[in-house]
Design a protein. Structure first.
Length: 180
């Protein structure tokens, strides 16, 4: 009941309620933004813009997902928008979409740390990096990733599969991966 009441107060433009909601989610959403933009100042800017957008569009929050999940999507979109706006050289990616069998095998050597995997994900080519991050770290499914990135689900699956292959090869080169 408290949660619904705070959201209703936020919709009524109650600054105290907005601050309460901000404080509840700001740290977690900052980390999400930082994973994408890799810079504290940029992450802070993304966070501020995301909360402004969320408060302006609070009437669009239907409750189908948790408020945190809804806000996270806004933060990721803001992060990607910032990255795109700073890109000077636009490269057209051609995935040569072919029917690729899904490979759900994400097994790697048990001695590799989660932090090491996250570091290697950041070294993936950009078109694979965001799909892998959103799938593995953020927990989005293919349809959600496709919607956020503005790509088809087939392209999403292809990029995830290829990104996973790149990731395994990178780890294998460093003698971390097994069974690939």
């Amino acid at each position: 009941m408290f949660y619904i009441n705070v959201l209703q107060q936020c919709k009524a433009n109650n600054r105290k309620a907005q601050l309460k909601l901000y404080r509840q989610y700001c740290d977690g959403m900052f980390l999400v933004a930082y994973r994408y933009v890799k810079n504290e100042k940029d992450a802070e800017d993304v966070l501020q813009d995301a909360f402004i957008k969320a408060f302006q569009r609070l009437d669009q929050f239907t409750g189908d997902v948790s408020f945190g999940a809804w806000l996270k999507r806004i933060v990721i979109n803001q992060s990607l928008d910032l990255i795109k706006s700073r890109r000077h050289d636009y490269i057209e990616f051609d995935d040569n979409l072919k029917l690729i069998e899904d490979d759900d095998n994400w097994e790697i050597d048990e001695h590799i740390s989660v932090n090491r995997i996250k570091e290697e994900v950041l070294n993936l080519p950009e078109k694979y990096r965001y799909v892998v991050m959103m799938y593995l770290i953020e927990g989005y499914d293919h349809s959600e990733i496709a919607q956020v990135l503005g790509i088809t689900e087939t392209t999403c699956r292809t990029r995830l599969l290829r990104g996973k292959g790149h990731l395994k090869n990178m780890l294998k080169e460093k003698n971390y991966a097994t069974g690939y």
